[in-house]
Ligand binder design. Sequence first.
Ligand code: ZN
Length: 82
Amino acid sequence: MPIYAYQCSACGHAQDEMQKVSDAPLTVCPQCGQSSYSKQVTAAGFALKGNGWYATDFKNGQPAKSGAPACGASGCGGCSAG
Ligand SMILES: [Zn+2]
């Protein structure tokens, strides 16, 4: 089964979802429950284009390198190493 990268545009929650090709795309975010959960086309890396939450971080004057929610609770090692 293919794995799709999903992200919520409301709260920024990102998660990989394993789905059958025939399954309907998910729309409800498991984190905040809003219908802002959508499949990300860019599966390789996080080349975000026009996703608000990421751009918002830069407005604080700091690059959003740390605290990126992409890895979440599962972690990737790189993130938790800080
Ligand atoms: Zn959400």
